[in-house]
Design a protein around this ligand. Structure first.
Ligand SMILES: NS(=O)(=O)c1cc(F)cc(F)c1
Ligand SMILES: [Zn+2]
Length: 290
């Protein structure tokens, strides 16, 4: 049977063989076409409120590295924005590309935030004004990575696993990482990757508030989508932040040094772990700017 991954023989183009929802009507990621995004005045700011003592462990599950949080009570939550109710923080994880790929999953106006060094590639800086028009100015850019902050609807469901099967069960905040200065906050994570190089390894990781990885502006786009990894469940309210945070290439290289194989197996590096953009199938995307 297919053990899904990101290689030629088990990557995103094969996932539908085991998870038919891969061809569903609300799959993620997507390419956010900003000019078609429709401003919704009813949408409020998002409000993350995290307690650093919720952080428990950092692990390598073979297809990403994640920091897992104690979600037994409403200690670290996300409210506001498109969300009805309180969504409890469950984990954060990352997606990245190999040196010649773009690693971000969502794209903005076709920009996979390609891997070019800043300045090599024209990027459109997208300003969605408060009355919803989109202005475009060119900047250099280059994000090869994305951070996902995963929450579940604890008002309506009793566990992450149950919420993950519901259309409004999960809320994932996506933050683009752009090549530039080394990120001192991200260093707390990249410095621990040596301890969890093999699939299945885990290490204590506490006293960490993931808000320290968020950009200054919480302007975002929001739409209804899915998990971007199998089982690709269509249960995610996506909140894609417009402003990226920085990561330096040395930090990025540390993610690529993780193994997708367990200790004692022939080593294979997790060089990329992103799913390409999926069809929009008529969905609306709402920009929200403050
Ligand atoms: N990539 S994603 O944010 O859709 C995601 C969400 C999740 F709950 C578990 C995962 F392994 C991955
Ligand atoms: Zn993800």
């Amino acid at each position: 049977t297919l053990h899904w991954g990101y290689d030629e023989h088990n990557g995103p183009s094969h996932w539908k063989e085991v998870f038919p929802v891969a061809n569903g009507d609300r799959q993620s990621p997507i390419d956010i076409k900003t000019t078609e995004a429709k401003y919704d005045p009813s949408l409020r700011p998002i409000s993350p409120n995290y307690d650093p003592t919720s952080a428990k462990v950092i692990l390598n599950n073979g297809h990403s590295t994640s920091v897992e949080f104690d979600d037994a009570e409403n200690k670290s939550v996300l409210i506001g924005g498109p969300l009805a109710g309180t969504y409890r923080l469950r984990q954060i994880h990352f997606h990245w590309g190999s040196s010649d790929d773009a690693g971000s999953e969502h794209a903005v106006d076709g920009m996979k935030y390609a891997a070019e060094e800043p300045g090599e590639m024209e990027c459109k800086e997208l300003i969605v004004t408060s009355h919803g028009e989109t202005k475009v100015s060119s900047t250099s850019c280059g994000a090869q990575e994305v951070l996902h902050v995963v929450h579940w609807n604890a008002d309506r469901y009793s566990s992450f696993v149950e919420a993950a099967r519901q259309p409004d069960g999960l809320a994932v905040m996506a933050v683009f990482l752009k090549i530039g200065e080394c990120n001192p906050q991200l260093k707390k994570i990249t410095d621990r990757l040596d301890a969890i190089r093999a699939k299945g390894k885990r290490a204590l990781f506490t006293n960490f508030d993931p808000s320290c990885l968020l950009p200054r502006s919480l302007d975002y786009w929001t739409y209804f989508g899915s998990l971007t990894v199998p089982p690709l469940l269509e249960s995610v309210v996506w909140i894609v932040l417009r402003e990226p945070i920085s990561v330096c290439s040395e930090q990025l290289a540390k993610f690529r040094s993780l193994l997708c194989t367990g200790e004692g197996e022939a080593a294979c590096y997790l060089l990329r772990n992103y799913r390409p953009p999926q069809p929009l199938k008529g969905r609306e995307i709402n920009p929200v700017v403050w």
